[in-house]
Design a protein around this ligand. Structure first.
Ligand SMILES: *Cc1c(COP(=O)(O)O)cnc(C)c1O
Length: 372
C-alpha cells in the first residue's frame, strides 16, 4: 500500500498531504550499551557545558514551577537586547530555534508554495516545509558551501522562504556578509530570507555577520539564534529571533502564548549575562577546532574547513575504512559522532568539538581505526 492509499483510507484519520512524506528527524545518539562514560560528540552541544550561573538560575526556579512562565519572555528579551544592542520589541523567543523554523514556515508558506534551501542545509527546513504542505526546493552548493547564484536561480514565483544556515550545519562553511547581502538583494521583496545563525558565537572571521545588519535594513529578513550550542542549554529548548517589526508581529500572533518555559528563560538570561563564560567557550573552540582539524588531516582524513563547533570528516570508500566503519569503531570505544547519510554525505561524519580529553580520544581512536 502506498502513502496515497493510506491517505484515502476512510477507516482512519488522514494527515494533510505532505505529512507522510516527512522522514522524521533523528537526533544524535546519546548512549552506548555497556559503556559507562560515553563521549557525546553527535549534537554540537557546547564543549564546556552551560554556565554555572545558568545552572544556579535553573535550580533557583524549582519552587516556582507551578507558575506559568512570562509569556512575553520579557527579561530574556531585555537581556538579549542589552547584550547585542538590539530593540527588545523586535526579539521573539521560542522553544528552541526549531520552533522558529516551523513558525516561519507556518506563517509564510502553504500548499503549492516553495521553501528554498541549499543542498546540505539543516534537515529541519524540508521537514517544516512538508509539514505545511509546501514543497522543499534544494539549490546545489559549490565546495560544500551555499552558492548565492544557485539559490537565486532556484527562486520562482512560488518561493515564499529561503533558509540559509550561516555557518551551515553539517558542513561548517559560511557565507561572508557581502555574499549574504548579495543573496538578499537578489530576492523579491515578498520572499522571507531566514538566516539561521545557530553557530554565530563561534565565528571569528572578520567578513562574517550573523544577520543583524540585514534585519535592520529590510522588511523581509529574519535572524534566528539558539541557546543550544555555545550556551549549551539544548535540554532547556530556548531560541530567539531578531526580526523586522512586520515579521515579529506575525510570529507573536502565531506562537503559543507560553512557548518558552520558565526555567529555560531564567537559565538563558543567566547565560547571556555570563559574558566571560561564553568567551571561554569560544576560546576553547578556537584552540580545539584547528587542533582537531590538523590532527585528522595528518591521519589522511579530509576535513572541510569549519567555523562552527564541529567538523565534517570525509572517509575513504573501501567498506572497512569508510564513514560507517569509522562510526562503528568510534562507537565501540564509547565515542558517538553523527552519520551524514541524511544530509546526502554518506562518506562523512560530523564530529562535535568537545573537551581536550575528548578530542584526544577521537584522534587516538581514528588513528587506531586506520591502523596507523
Ligand atoms: C542545532 C541547530 C538548530 C536548532 O537548535 P534548537 O534551538 O536546539 O532548536 C537550528 N539550526 C541549526 C543550523 C542547528 O544546527
Amino acid at each position: 500500500m502506498t502513502d496515497n492509499e493510506t491517505l484515502s483510507d476512510s477507516t482512519q484519520p488522514a494527515a494533510r498531504p505532505g505529512v507522510l512524506d516527512i522522514a522524521p528527524y533523528i537526533g544524535g545518539e546519546s548512549k552506548v550499551p555497556g559503556v559507562n562514560r560515553v563521549i557525546r560528540l553527535a549534537s554540537n552541544e557546547g564543549a564546556l557545558g552551560p554556565s554555572p550561573k545558568a545552572i544556579e538560575a535553573y535550580k533557583a526556579l524549582s519552587h516556582e514551577i507551578h507558575r506559568y512562565p512570562d509569556g512575553g519572555s520579557t527579561a530574556l528579551r531585555a537581556a538579549l537586547a542589552r547584550r547585542f544592542d538590539l530593540e527588545a520589541e523586535r526579539i521573539v523567543c521560542s522553544g528552541g530555534s526549531d520552533e522558529l523554523i516551523t513558525m516561519l514556515v507556518r506563517a509564510y508558506a502553504g500548499p503549492g508554495d516553495e521553501v528554498l534551501y541549499s543542498q546540505h542545509g539543516f534537515l529541519m527546513y524540508p521537514i517544516a516545509a512538508k509539514s505545511v504542505g509546501a514543497t522543499p526546493v534544494v539549490a546545489p552548493e559549490t565546495d560544500l558551501t551555499a552558492d548565492v547564484d544557485a539559490l537565486l536561480a532556484a527562486v520562482t514565483e512560488r518561493t515564499k522562504l529561503v533558509f540559509l544556515a550561516n555557518p551551515n550545519n553539517p558542513t561548517g562553511t559560511y557565507l561572508s556578509a557581502a555574499a549574504v547581502s548579495r543573496l538578499h538583494a537578489g530576492l523579491p521583496a515578498h520572499v522571507v530570507l531566514v538566516i539561521d545563525a545557530a553557530y554565530a558565537e563561534y565565528v571569528v572571521n572578520h567578513d562574517y555577520e550573523p544577520g543583524i545588519e540585514l534585519v535592520r535594513r529590510s522588511t523581509n529578513t529574519v535572524m534566528i539564534r539558539t541557546f543550544s550550542k555555545i550556551y549549551a542549554l539544548g535540554g532547556m529548548r530556548v531560541g530567539w529571533a531578531y526580526a523586522p517589526d512586520n515579521i515579529a508581529d506575525v510570529l507573536n500572533r502565531i506562537r503559543n502564548p507560553f512557548n518558552v518555559n520558565a526555567a529555560g528563560q531564567a537559565a538563558a538570561v543567566a547565560s547571556i549575562e555570563d559574558v566571560d563564560f561564553a568567551e571561554r567557550s569560544r576560546a576553547h573552540n578556537d584552540k580545539w577546532l584547528p587542533w582537531t582539524t590538523e590532527q585528522l588531516t595528518a591521519l589522511g582524513i579530509q576535513v572541510t574547513p569549519s567555523v562552527g563547533n564541529f567538523i565534517l570528516a570525509h572517509f575513504a570508500q573501501p567498506p572497512e575504512r569508510n564513514a560507517d566503519a569509522a562510526w562503528e569503531y568510534m562507537k565501540s570505544r564509547g565515542i558517538l559522532t553523527r552519520k551524514m547519510g541524511g544530509y546526502g554525505l554518506p562518506g562523512a561524519l560530523r564530529i562535535t568539538i568537545g573537551t581536550a580529553e575528548e578530542m584526544k580520544a577521537v584522534v587516538d581512536a581514528l588513528s587506531q581505526f586506520l591502523g596507523l
